[in-house]
Design a protein around this ligand. Structure first.
Ligand code: IMP
Ligand code: MG
Length: 175
């Protein structure tokens, strides 16, 4: 089955919003923040965001965590850790980055695990948020776009590990 991707936010719109987010984040995290990006979905967003933060004087350290709760276009509920942090987050101020906040299970799991290891603070930045879909209570401190309940791809987000390379964000639909 072939899909079509109808654009939701253009490359230019995404870029402009990431710059705005970086401005807001730079005002509320310390210069030496530890960034934790959740793989794989946030890698493009995180790469653009950290360079925008660099331009605002930040000197972060970067680490990754890989969590999984999705099969196809449905979250299966159980969150599993595929790759843990390599760095120590004890006594660190952490900025946690993810692609999209939906049920909240992924972020809640990541937050809990980072806090349990003694982080001083954790702030959350997500590119996208689907309201009304939360299964656990978790909120982002910084949100790129609030979107309707459609399955979206591009700019790092995937369907079956495809479409991550698209420079824009689009809705996946059947032709
Ligand atoms: P949550 O745990 O339900 O909040 O889901 C978050 C994870 O599900 C994200 O990190 C994404 O990887 C994935 N996800 C949720 N909605 C979408 C979507 O519309 N497109 C692609 N991935 C999605
Ligand atoms: Mg993901």
């Amino acid at each position: 089955m072939e899909f079509i991707v109808s654009p939701l936010y253009s490359e230019e719109e995404v870029h402009a919003r990431v710059e705005e987010l970086a401005g807001a984040i730079a005002l509320s995290v310390p210069r030496d923040v530890m960034i934790v990006a959740l793989l794989k979905g946030s890698f493009v967003f995180a790469a653009d965001l950290i360079r925008a933060l660099h331009l605002r004087g930040l000197t972060p350290q970067i680490d990754f965590m890989s969590l999984s709760s999705y099969a196809g276009t449905e979250s299966c509920g159980e969150v599993t850790m595929r790759r843990d942090l390599a760095e120590c987050v004890e006594n660190r101020h952490v900025l946690l980055i993810d692609d999209i906040l939906e049920s909240g299970r992924t972020l809640a799991h990541a937050l809990e695990s980072i806090k349990a290891r003694g982080a001083k603070s954790v702030q959350v930045a997500v590119l996208l948020e689907k309201p009304g879909k939360r299964k656990v209570e978790v909120a982002a401190d910084f949100t790129g776009f609030i979107i309707p309940d459609h399955f979206v791809v591009g700019y790092g987000l995937d369907y079956a590990n495809f479409y991550r390379e698209l420079p824009f964000i689009g809705v996946l639909a059947r032709p």
